[in-house]
Each structure stands twice: as structure tokens, then as C-alpha cells.
Design a protein around this ligand. Structure first.
Ligand code: SF4
Length: 193
């Protein structure tokens, strides 16, 4: 797997201060895509063990709130395969409840990542198990709204996967039938420009 960019101390792609990994490769081709330079799977540099170690080390300071996966498309099957061991390492080093979260932005909707979905692979469940917040759905130019926080168009959802998993388990239904959205701080959720 290649990556296009790593942003340290990023405050634009998830809650708090984060390290954001932009993986290379996306086949979706949304019109007006903000990052068409990352459509090629060979763009950027190889995501080596040394790079992975550097990303994990960047998450150690107390002021860092977590890791964000972006692209390109993290949920392209070959990127899922390239990410899964790394993300499990991150989750093992920073277990839930330690204050560090993992966010993932994908052009897929959650149902497309579940069994039977177009991007469900043998490692997707392992990946989803590690993720706290999934920002799902394709970028839609006509639904672009500059006032939205952490998403570009209004069709995209910020899904709280931990709450969704708990709800799905309690009701005995698939994740996409128990979606719980992430709740922003009130000052942001009520703000309009
Ligand atoms: S899914 Fe994201 S990276 Fe891929 S084309 Fe759409 S906006 Fe661009």
C-alpha cells in the first residue's frame, strides 16, 4: 500500500488534534473530488514498517487525540489489506477508553462494508472493529455544504461505531440497521455560518 501524505497535529479531520494518514488509491471517481491526485494506487510512497512506527509514535503525546484514515480510499480492498495489521497494532497500543480514537473517512456507505456489500472483504470486519468513528458515503458536489463539520456533503454521516455496535448487539440486527450518529459538541452542532 502507498500513502500520499501524513499530516501531524491535524485539527481538520476529526475531533481534537490528530495524525491523519492519506492512503493512495480510489476507484470511485466522485465529480469534484478534493483529492484526485490520490486516485492512483501507486501515488506517493510505500507505507513501510518504519512509516507505521513513526505514525504510532506520533500518537503517544497526551495532546494527540488519535488517528484518522483518509484517502484516496481506505476501504478499497487492497488498502484494507494494507491497513488491517497496522490498525490492529494502533488499537492494541491505544485501547478503547485510553482517550485516543480512530476515525476513518470512506466513500462507501456502511452497508457497502458489511457482508454482501461491494467492499466487504475478509478483513473488513477486523478493520471496522478497530474504528470508533466512520464518516461514510461519497462526496456529492450538489450536497456540498461549507457549514458541515468533518464532512463535505450533507449525505455523509458521522457514525459512532461503538454506540452502533452496542445497539446492534442489543437488538440482534446488522450494524446498518442500528446506526447511532456521533454527537458533536453543542457549540459546533448548533453553529451556522
Ligand atoms: S471517495 Fe473520496 S477520494 Fe475517492 S473520488 Fe470520492 S471524494 Fe475523491
Amino acid at each position: 500500500m502507498n500513502y500520499a501524505e501524513i499530516k501531524y497535529s491535524d485539527i481538520a479531520n476529526g475531533e481534537g488534534v490528530r495524525t491523519t494518514l492519506f492512503v493512495s488509491g480510489c476507484t470511485r471517481g466522485c465529480p469534484g473530488c478534493f483529492n484526485s491526485g490520490a486516485w492512483s494506487f501507486s501515488a506517493g510512497e510505500p507505507f513501510t514498517c518504519e512509516v507505521a512506527d513513526r505514525v504510532i509514535a506520533s500518537l503517544e503525546p497526551a495532546f494527540v487525540d488519535g488517528l484518522t484514515l483518509l484517502g484516496g480510499e481506505p476501504m478499497e480492498p487492497q488498502n484494507q489489506a494494507g491497513l488491517v495489521d497496522f490498525i490492529e497494532r494502533v488499537r492494541e497500543r491505544f485501547p478503547r477508553g485510553c482517550g485516543k480514537t480512530i476515525w476513518c473517512f470512506t466513500g462507501d456507505t456502511l452497508d457497502e462494508l458489511l457482508p454482501g456489500g461491494r467492499h466487504h472483504t475478509e478483513v473488513t470486519d477486523r478493520l471496522l472493529d478497530c474504528i470508533d468513528i466512520l464518516v461514510d458515503g461519497p462526496w456529492v458536489e450538489d450536497l456540498y455544504d461549507i457549514t458541515l463539520r468533518f464532512r463535505g456533503s450533507s449525505n455523509q454521516r458521522l457514525i459512532d461505531l461503538n454506540a452502533t455496535r452496542a445497539q446492534a448487539e442489543e437488538r440482534g440486527v446488522p450494524l446498518d440497521q442500528a446506526i447511532c450518529l456521533w454527537h458533536d459538541e453543542e457549540v459546533y452542532s448548533t453553529h451556522s455560518m
